[in-house]
Ligand binder design. Sequence first.
Ligand code: PLP
Length: 411
Amino acid sequence: MTIFDDLGVHPVINATGPSTRLGGSRLPPEVLCAMHEAAGEFVRIDELQAAAGKVIAEITGAQAGYVTSGASAGMALATAACMTGTDPIKINRLPDVTGMRHEVIIQRAQKYDYDHAIRSVGAQLVEVGFPDLTFAYEVEAAITERTAAVAYFPTVSRPALPLDQIVNLAHKHDVPVIVDAAMELPPPESLSSFVDSGADLIAFSGGKALEGPQASGVLCGRADLIRAVAFNHQDMDVREPTWTYAAEVNAGELIGPPHHGIGRAMKVGKEEIAGLIAALRRYVTLDHAALAAGWRGAAEAVARGLCGIDGVAVAVVHAPSTGMHVTHARIILDEVALGITAYGILEKLGTGEPRIYLNEDEAAAGVLIVNPMTLSSRETDLVVARLQALLLPGESGRERQTLVTAQLPEA
Ligand SMILES: *Cc1c(COP(=O)(O)O)cnc(C)c1O
């Protein structure tokens, strides 16, 4: 009896890749073991974060690192750090941004759903350029004494100015660049390439390709900004004489500790910190070529399994420029010939037994995507069998005919 059985919650098959709404990734034994060990002892979280930060710095090549509760929290904390620095008065004031640099510039081409994390701490987005075209002068003209940071989201298929150019423009005006690299692993080289590009803070998700705890993430970058992240984030039920930074207060370098900051609501436990570090250390030792070959094999198995079905074409795709760095299967449906829409298939998959979830990004265009990252080979076979049952003509065909009639707009 598992905890899920006990709660009456039934596990599902996840063919979407590591996604938060379905539980992130499967944790490898090394990660679970680290979390288990961490759970049984007390530790100073600031010391643990500092030690974890050293490991992150070694692996990424950044000056410093920090464990967050996810890439989204990483972007929120990065934004807060750029607005407040280590000034306790500003830290206490957020999300009220009075008296602070509080604008974050973003290319309109890179607008995306996670920019709410940037806005959540009080910052205001300043959008520049057209949805598919940004000129460098537009970024530069938007930089003022109100600018806290320039945000960069690499996972976008619309044309945008490249990161190195954004870094040059921003640094010319002493403005930091924050990068949401949540979708950039694999390739593993991304762990250091964004640091190498000169970006000031880079956020990764711990619960995706890293296969760390679902509620964990990595933030890496400039040491002064990482310290500002810690001040905005850590539990500040502290007193001046015993605070970790008492010496700096005594020396007049800090005016004192802040109270609980805006990041206090994005807590990271010792278990997540330990698990994330174990996951990161493991990730850099993995045979990434073998992993990629395995994913390709699974995508090809989907293509083979659906080969020859009328109204169905499957493309095995590796297209990093679309933000999908993992070879996946695109199942292109002729919805009229099949008598069912892609959403109709998704609905059936999501109500069968076991329930199966596919990537829905292109469902409106009649395309279903199988991301093999989170599938075991047995699960891949199950996905193929269910898709065959739904897409092959026969008994289920009649059901499809009724569905599509119901979905067609009235003439
Ligand atoms: C998944 C994702 C996030 C959020 O990552 P979490 O670790 O779940 O907070 C942020 N940005 C992008 C682009 C993502 O894909």
